[in-house]
Write a protein that binds this ligand. Structure first.
Ligand SMILES: [Fe+2]
Ligand SMILES: [Fe+2]
Length: 423
């Protein structure tokens, strides 16, 4: 049917029978499940992979994939899908694929599998949906598939770049090939991500135990590290600015703690998972705020160290404890003025007169207001007895954090010479 492009509101495939509501819903539930598992898989590697740039990339992707899952869930509900189906596994073969992928070892085999197997298969499934559905009938799904595909193409490009920068040994490459073959066989057994391709016999693999996230600080050499910082007074503006940027830089520790919370609370409702996924990415952004401001000021990101003690606390404390301490004690107290988040912003603007740091602190403050609201909402449900009863528990957690902090003496941050020459 040849029409000028603006006919039918610019939508395509209006003459194709396309997919039925039942078929569309079945595919959408698979998309929601796969995006959710990708969120979890990538969040786990924010903790376990040492490469800072890859951690940051995966922190973003895990959240964008959580948003994709949320989009598919909402759209599935519009297609006469029973709500209970959102919480069940749509296909045991897909579960087997991700249960296995969680065991991918190291950085190289993991990144290879994500970049060369899981990502292309996901994009293929979205492209197939767009090419199959009737865009007029199933407008909501096709629109979402187009947007999601675009974002996934961006992910693919960035993953390929990260992979190309990674050194690999012949043993790494052998291991990566072995895992690629394994995952391809598991995908074939599921009929692909969308289940629309022929299903093959599942491969015979040795059963693996459920994946357990290693609670160990994984770091590369990109940034110097100390245990904790000495805090200079506000009046020493240049030193105080360094300290503030060092605090931002160190928020990677908080992001990793939240990744543990995300991965180890599989039985919490989806709204909780989505909130934590966002919070995780926000904290990684805050760490990147520090990195970007340090690099812009001093010419290299390694000019100022990050601190470790918060990361050690995050590895030690059970998820509920660290989340209560973060949301109620640390972030909650940051709402008080002075000092708090508002003072940090005012300091950057008026005393340090650092325009970039002021922008970052301004948005950091906005994020933190949101985090406190999220934490109060979620902890009220999560903690037995709710917010009314949580005081003692979060105080004990806070004391634990202080005990970790005091295990080693703090270090004064040496003030580097800024690029503009003004010390
Ligand atoms: Fe933060
Ligand atoms: Fe926060």
């Amino acid at each position: 049917m040849q029409q000028p492009p603006h006919r039918y509101a610019g939508l395509g495939r209006v003459d194709a029978p396309g997919l039925s509501v039942a078929d569309a819903s079945a595919r959408l539930l698979r998309f929601a499940y796969v995006e959710r598992r990708l969120m979890r898989l990538q969040a786990s590697r924010v903790v376990t992979l040492p490469q800072r740039d890859i951690k940051a990339l995966l922190a973003r992707f895990q959240y964008e994939d959580a948003l994709h899952a949320e989009g598919w869930r909402q759209r599935a509900l519009e297609l006469r899908t029973n709500k209970s189906k959102l919480e069940s596994v749509p296909d045991a073969a897909l579960a087997a694929l991700f249960d296995t992928a969680e065991h991918l070892p190291g950085t190289y085999p993991f990144l290879t599998a994500l970049t060369n197997v899981l990502q292309p298969e996901l994009r293929r499934a979205y492209a197939a949906y767009i090419a199959t559905a009737n865009e007029l009938a199933d407008y909501g799904s096709v629109r979402l598939a187009r947007q999601t595909l675009q974002e996934e193409e961006d992910h693919s490009r960035l993953l390929a770049s990260a992979l190309s920068e990674l050194d690999s040994s012949p043993a790494d490459r052998d291991e990566a090939r072995m895992w690629e073959g394994r995952l391809r066989a598991l995908l074939a057994a599921a009929g692909g991500i969308d289940g629309a391709r022929p299903r093959y016999e599942p491969p015979e693999l040795e059963p693996l135990p459920p994946y357990r996230l290693q609670h160990t600080l994984a770091r590369d050499g990109s940034l110097p590290r100390v245990w904790d910082f000495v805090a200079p007074p506000l009046e020493q503006a240049p030193e105080r600015l360094d300290y503030m940027l060092a605090l931002r830089l160190s928020e990677v520790n908080v992001a990793e703690g939240l990744a543990i919370v995300l991965c180890e609370t599989g039985d919490m409702p989806w709204s909780f998972t989505l909130d934590i996924s966002r919070h995780l990415w926000d904290e990684m952004r805050h760490s990147l705020f520090g990195e970007a401001a340090i690099e812009a000021t001093y010419g290299e990101r390694s000019a100022i160290p990050m601190r470790d003690y918060e990361g050690v606390f995050a590895m030690e404390a059970p998820p509920l404890e660290q989340y209560a301490v973060l949301g109620l004690e640390v972030e909650g107290k940051n709402m008080r003025y002075p000092p708090g988040k508002r003072q940090e912003w005012e300091f950057a603007r008026d005393m340090a007169k650092h325009a970039l740091a002021a922008t970052f602190q301004d948005f950091d403050w906005a994020d933190e207001v949101l985090h406190v609201q999220i934490a109060r909402r979620q902890l009220d449900v999560w903690f037995p007895g709710g917010l009314k009863q949580i005081g003692e528990f979060s105080k004990r957690g806070s004391a634990h954090r202080t005990e970790v902090k005091h295990r080693q003496a703090p270090t004064a941050i040496p003030h580097p010479t800024p690029l503009d020459g003004e010390a």
